[in-house]
Write a protein that binds this ligand. Structure first.
Ligand code: GLN
Length: 449
């Protein structure tokens, strides 16, 4: 029996919602999972929403100062579909500003890892992963552009699913990079995700990129390991991962090692395309229409916009500058156009591998890091951490991150990629794995006794 259906069907003890909310508020003071928590929780299964997805009447900031005070007058399609199917809105989750980051540190109050608060929660959907890791009955609606669901899911020990590009309507999502953004789902099990994916996927007249296809579950019982991705990573991560691969082999899968051309070009291509699109998307925050308002209309034109746009954080400013540069007329052919060509080549190569089986890798090249250590990374060192998560994201391929072991109290996670539209195969694979794997969580807020 699916745990969502069970939760929806059972009677809750008196005061259940109040108790859950008060325990959650207490935990949130330490963990910063939520930017805001609802005052009243209805009876359905609680769901959280990443703070870059619009919820009617609820402040939505994408964790950016520039959007402080922005209250959408409408629900994102994904949110509306959750409400229409009996889920109850719980709150907006913390994230890296506009989705820019891999560790949650590009938020004013970074979320903390629930296993140990001095460790990073991952990003950019940091709060969504923490919420999933601390709440017993809950699902998170999150978003990934280049790995923002996989990375935090891996560090917080939950399952994070990023579907085929276009599977879930983006209507009501605050765009980071339109050709890359995907709304996805986090939960404590693949079967919960499968249930929610069934509700959320499907065409939407309000998003012309949304797909109208049937999602498959085709499994060739082969696992592809891309050699370049498994080398040059943390030695412990590599050896633990190879131990996990042995267990997958024991489940009847054939393991195939492959080398993949152009794989080293995925990170540069992604960051060129993502920044080019981000810089155009951020142009609309001028201090007039949304959120943060510069009330000083007496200053001159340049000063007015400079003051308003100084509300962006450092990483957002970096992306505006670099993104504007790579698409400028004089260098466009050297950067932006090349990146688009490489993206097409990478998809071709990935599709070749996916015709043989599923692609498996560790989700992150390092163990869960300390918050203080990731704060010391340069921008480039940061971007390199997305080495596993960028290829499927750049090509719009469905992928899922799931824990496979715990070492020194921290989760270790793997990521499985399948071909376009074969989303259910990824979910079924993890469900198969879950039969022999027990999750560990430090908190179980809202547990029914
Ligand atoms: N770390 C990547 C970036 O900063 C991915 C973020 C995301 O998926 N939103 O672009």
């Amino acid at each position: 029996m699916n745990s969502i259906k069970e939760f929806m069907a059972c009677d809750k003890p008196d005061g259940y919602a109040e108790k859950l909310l008060s325990e959650l508020r207490k935990a949130n003071e330490r963990l910063n999972a939520f930017n805001n928590i609802t005052e009243h929780l209805a009876d359905g299964m609680p769901f959280s929403v990443k703070d870059n997805i619009c919820v009617k009447g609820v402040e939505t900031t994408a964790s950016s100062k520039i959007l402080k005070g922005y209250i959408p007058a409408f629900n994102a399609t994904a949110v509306q579909r959750m409400l229409d199917n009996g889920f109850s809105f719980l709150g907006k989750t913390n994230m890296d500003e506009f989705g820019f980051g891999s560790f949650g540190i590009n938020s004013e109050n970074p979320a903390r890892n629930p296993f140990d608060e001095s460790y990073a929660a991952g990003g950019s959907s940091s709060g969504a992963a923490v919420a999933t890791s601390i709440l017993k009955h809950h699902v998170a609606i999150a978003e990934s552009t280049g790995g923002s669901i996989s990375a935090p899911a891996a560090f917080c020990g939950v399952v994070g699913f990023t579907p085929t590009y276009g599977a879930i309507s983006r209507y009501g999502l605050i765009d980071y990079a339109n050709s890359l953004d995907k709304i996805g789902i986090m939960a404590r099990s693949a079967s919960d995700i499968k249930y929610v994916f069934g509700i959320l996927n499907g065409p939407d007249a309000k998003d012309t990129t949304s797909l109208d296809i049937k999602y498959k579950s085709e499994n060739k019982k082969s696992i592809i390991l891309i050699d370049q991705l498994i080398k040059n990573i943390d030695k412990d991560v590599e050896s633990n991962f190879m131990g996990f691969v042995d267990r997958i082999e024991g489940m009847g899968y054939v393991i195939k090692h492959r080398s993949m051309p152009f794989i080293d070009k995925a990170i540069p291509s992604y960051y060129i395309i993502a920044m080019a699109e981000a810089s155009t998307n951020l142009a609309k925050y001028t201090g007039f229409k949304y959120g943060f308002k510069n009330e000083d209309f007496t200053s001159n034109y340049n000063k007015f916009f400079t003051d308003a746009r100084s509300a962006f954080g450092t990483e957002a400013k970096r992306r505006i500058v670099l993104g504007t540069f790579v698409r400028s007329a004089s260098v466009k052919d050297r950067y932006y156009s090349q990146a688009l060509k490489l993206r097409a080549l990478l998809l071709q190569e990935l599709n070749k591998l996916l015709s043989e089986g599923f692609i498996l890798s560790p989700t992150m090249p390092i163990k869960v890091p300390k918050l203080e250590d990731v704060k010391k990374l340069s921008a480039l060192e940061n971007y390199k951490m997305d080495v596993m998560t960028i290829p499927p994201n750049l090509c719009g391929l469905p992928h899922i991150s799931f824990p496979y072991a715990y070492k020194n109290g921290m989760p270790l996670a793997a990521q499985l990629t399948t071909s376009h539209g074969n989303d259910n195969a990824a979910l079924d694979f993890v469900q198969e794995w879950e039969r022999s794997f027990k999750y560990k969580f430090k908190y179980n807020i809202g547990e029914l006794r």
